[in-house]
Every structure is written in structure tokens, then in C-alpha cells.
Design a protein around this ligand. Structure first.
Ligand code: FDM
Length: 213
């Protein structure tokens, strides 16, 4: 039996990741499961949630980065088991968010190379769709969480580019990252583009091996 595919939807804040991952889950039906990172209900996820929602809860940036990575490790066995059982797993954010957001803080020593270390060994997505937009209007209306500040979001956008460049390096064997400009597109248009890429990927990729960061 071929394993399920690991499909990641990544992107900037307010680009519709959550809407689109839910629509994709509906389309793929019972043969798929959606996992959102951070997964805020686990022991580590609860700490992350507290950090994001309570400004007075201080943690060292390095420690926060390791918590986000640990949150992925908490779910790594479950993800692998689902894929081996033949289920597709849709991820809403994953390693690339981890590296982009942490390195965007500009903390001494916390460069891309530092940030990727605790992610090494996690299963790599088979297909990554990165949602981006240049439309200022699309980027209004951030929420109240710690990172939802326009200045910081601009830095994150630059870092996502750096992260993808780093993964083009042959050492990292980049895998199927597709950039989707969602600015000025309707939910239906984006959903159609996502479905075309995902259904094509599932129809043509049958490998049983996993790739790892
Ligand atoms: N975020 C998310 C990180 O900083 N590192 C990570 O590894 C992940 C998965 O957490 F600002 C940031 C991105 C965002 C915040 O994410 C919460 P959601 O998608 O808004 O819940």
C-alpha cells in the first residue's frame, strides 16, 4: 500500500491558510487529517499558547523557538503513523514558519542555521504550498497575538524568502515548494488552485519512502 502524502500549507498571516486547509480537508474527505501548528492543546502547546496570547508571559526567544520545534516532535509519531496507514495529512504551518518567525526576531546567533537544527529529522512535506500576497489591503486586520504586528510581519515575509532559498541548497534537497500569490484572489479561486496542485500531486506521487529535514 502506498503511504499518504504530507501536504503543507504555509504562509504569511491573514492569507487564508486556515480557510483553505479546511476546504482541502473537505475535498480529501475521510482519507485525510488536518493538523495545525502550533498544536495548542498538548503540554508544550499550552505553553506556546500562553506565550502568544499573554504579553506579560516572558520566555527567552531561544526557548520559545525550541518549544515550537518540540511541539512538532510531540506530534511526529502520530503524523508518521497516519501517513503509513495510508491517510493524507494536511499541515497548517510547520518547519518553515518555525524558522522564518524565529529568525525574523533578529536575535544574536539565532540565524537560519541555528533555527533549523532542532527540526532536523522531522518528516518533510511531499508538497508545500506557500501563500503570499503583496496587497497591503489583504494584510490589514491583524489580531491581538504577540506576532500580529505589521512591522514584524514584514520581516517575516523577507525571512520566508531566505528560508526557501536555503532549502534550494542541494544539501537540503528542496521538495515541491509552490508559491501561490493569493492577493486579490477569491476564496474559490485559491481553493481551485490548491486542489489542482494537490490532486495532481497525489495522482502522480506514489513513493513509499519518507524525506526528512
Ligand atoms: N509560529 C508558528 C512560530 O513562530 N513558530 C512556529 O513554529 C509556528 C508553527 O505562531 F504568528 C507563529 C506564527 C504565528 C503564531 O500561529 C501562531 P497561528 O497560525 O496564527 O495560530
Amino acid at each position: 500500500m502506498t503511504r499518504g502524502r504530507l501536504i503543507l500549507i504555509e504562509g504569511l498571516d491573514r492569507t487564508g491558510k486556515t480557510t483553505q486547509t479546511n476546504l482541502l480537508l473537505e475535498k480529501l474527505g475521510p482519507n485525510a487529517q488536518l493538523i495545525k501548528f502550533p498544536e495548542r492543546t498538548t503540554p508544550i502547546g499550552k505553553l506556546i499558547d500562553k506565550y502568544l496570547t499573554e504579553r506579560s508571559f516572558e520566555l527567552a526567544d531561544q526557548a520559545v523557538h525550541l518549544l515550537f520545534a518540540a511541539n512538532r516532535w510531540e506530534l511526529s509519531h502520530q503524523i508518521e503513523a497516519l501517513l503509513r496507514s495510508g491517510k493524507h495529512v494536511i499541515l497548517d504551518r510547520y518547519v518553515y514558519s518555525g524558522v522564518a518567525y524565529s529568525s525574523a526576531k533578529g536575535v544574536r546567533g539565532m540565524d537560519l542555521q541555528w533555527c533549523i537544527q532542532p527540526e532536523k529529522g522531522l518528516i518533510k512535506p511531499d508538497l508545500t504550498l506557500f501563500f503570499t500576497t503583496d496587497t497591503a489591503a489583504e494584510r490589514q486586520g491583524f489580531g491581538d497575538e504577540r506576532y500580529e504586528v505589521e512591522e514584524f510581519q514584514k520581516k517575516v515575509k523577507v525571512k520566508f524568502n531566505d528560508v526557501f532559498k536555503m532549502f534550494e541548497n542541494p544539501d537540503y534537497r528542496v521538495n515541491h515548494i509552490k508559491i501561490l500569490d493569493v492577493g486579490n484572489k477569491t476564496v474559490e479561486d485559491v481553493a481551485a488552485a490548491v486542489w489542482s496542485l494537490v490532486s495532481d500531486h497525489i495522482a502522480t506521487n506514489k513513493s513509499t519512502d519518507f524525506m526528512y529535514f
